[in-house]
Design a protein around this ligand. Structure first.
Ligand code: IPE
Ligand code: IPE
Ligand code: MG
Length: 258
């Protein structure tokens, strides 16, 4: 980033950006190629998005790479996606560590091959100490799975006696939801033109600002990212309050951030 970065530093940036990276298949089809060609091009767009986030001081970037429903796609496409994921993890892990980027994979990892699970574990371990940017890759992730998983974990805590049933609140359940250790996404971007969440971070997106663009994921670049961030920074996030209340809180310095 060059010209835009100084402008962007003067305003309040999202701390956590989540992206539904959609449109790889259509991008390839438009070029008369197989869908998997689009997925390979999409991996390049992932690199650009990570670099942008890191350079602009975004603390966390969560990318939806493979949904729990994507297993239903043709077997060849699923296996190319798995191989691509494996290859990217292998190739990029050292560069992530060198750039102080912590990688985490969120989702039901048990469904992956033992080889891929090991690769994920190694990449997470190699970058566990990194702090500049947290990169969460949502793979075999589903928002409903996440909430169900949290409910099970919470039930387990109740059975173990570490949580009393009357201590069950939004906060206690929320502690078992994925990504609970950081701020919730401030901004959700979806590329590819569809206006839906597709079972992404259902719990965590409760108050995220949504940004939809027609741009297909392989074409996603700094310009698109800046457009999304610029759209975010001019919005008023009211969290259920009124504009007047927000102004009073801002004036009294009581407006707390998480
Ligand atoms: C997003 O692109 C990548 C994954 C879901 C893995 P798609 O493959 O969904 O591309 P379109 O939406 O069919 O164009
Ligand atoms: C959402 O895209 C999942 C990912 C980007 C990984 P899909 O292409 O699977 O979503 P739908 O099917 O259009 O809702
Ligand atoms: Mg799609």
């Amino acid at each position: 980033m060059t010209g835009n970065s100084s402008v962007m530093q003067a305003v309040k940036l999202p701390r956590h950006v989540a992206i539904i990276m959609d449109g790889n298949g259509r991008w390839a089809t438009q070029r008369g190629k197989r869908r998997t060609y689009g997925h390979r091009a999409g991996a390049e767009a992932v690199r650009r998005a990570i670099t942008f986030a890191r350079r602009n001081g975004i603390e966390a970037l969560t990318l939806f790479a493979f949904s729990s429903e994507n297993w239903g796609r043709p077997a060849t496409e699923v296996s190319v996606l798995m191989e691509l994921f494996m290859g990217v993890l292998k190739r990029e892990v050292n560069e992530l560590a060198a750039n102080d980027i912590r990688l985490r994979v969120v989702g039901d990892k048990a469904a992956f091959s033992a080889r891929l699970q090991k690769q994920i574990q190694q990449a997470e371990a190699k970058t566990a100490h990194c702090q500049t940017l947290t990169l969460n890759i949502a793979a075999n992730y589903g928002g409903r799975w996440d909430i169900t998983n949290a409910a099970k974990a919470m039930l387990n805590a109740v059975q173990q006696g570490t949580l009393a049933p009357d201590e069950i609140t939004e906060d206690t359940l929320g502690q078992f939801i994925q990504l609970a250790d950081g701020p919730a996404p401030d901004l959700l971007i979806r590329t590819g033109g569809d206006l839906r969440i597709s079972n992404f971070l259902l719990w965590q997106l409760a108050y995220a600002e949504l940004y939809f663009t027609e741009v297909l994921w392989p074409d996603f670049d700094d310009v698109t990212f800046v457009d999304a961030v610029n759209s975010f920074v001019i919005r008023e996030r009211r969290f259920g309050l009124t504009s007047e209340q927000l102004q009073q809180l801002a004036g009294s310095g009581d407006l707390q951030e998480d």
